[in-house]
Design a protein around this ligand. Structure first.
Ligand SMILES: [Zn+2]
Length: 137
């Protein structure tokens, strides 16, 4: 288990129970939550919490480099833990992380090559839309 208190201190962010609970939820693998979803899931345990506070905490942590924004198929902004370069497979309302370093590098090189002299590529945010195929047989 990561020490969320230490992570917040390192980033010069105020330590609060709301921030720690948000981090505990978002540090799980393959989770992408909107501010509303986090607010709904935390409001019972933290009755003083407001949606505005959840938004502010999420944005503070995103600006500090702890979280990243992902757009879902229905345009809802979801937050995820910053895990480095990866793709997002987006179907109806599900987002799946796809970590394939080799594929990511190939795509980045292709794009950087195509744009050379025009644009300095510093990062990619790739969303792949579609639907999962059955994994049986
Ligand atoms: Zn992701």
């Amino acid at each position: 288990m990561e020490n969320f208190k230490e992570i917040l201190k390192e980033k010069n962010l105020k330590v609060s129970s709301a921030r720690i609970r948000i981090m505990e939820k978002l540090a799980q693998p393959q989770v992408h939550y909107s501010a509303e979803e986090l607010f709904q899931s935390l409001t019972t345990d933290l009755p003083g919490l407001s949606l505005a506070t959840v938004y502010k905490n999420l944005e503070d942590m995103r600006l500090a480099g702890l979280l990243r924004l992902v757009q879902s198929a229905n345009q809802i902004k979801k937050y995820e833990w910053e895990r480095g370069d990866h793709f997002h497979l987006v179907s109806d309302n599900k987002i799946t992380d796809l970590s394939d370093e080799q594929l990511f590098e190939k795509v980045r090189d292709l794009i950087a090559g195509a744009l050379k002299d025009k644009f300095q590529v510093e990062g990619l945010d790739v969303q792949i839309f579609g639907r999962p195929l059955s994994a049986s047989n």
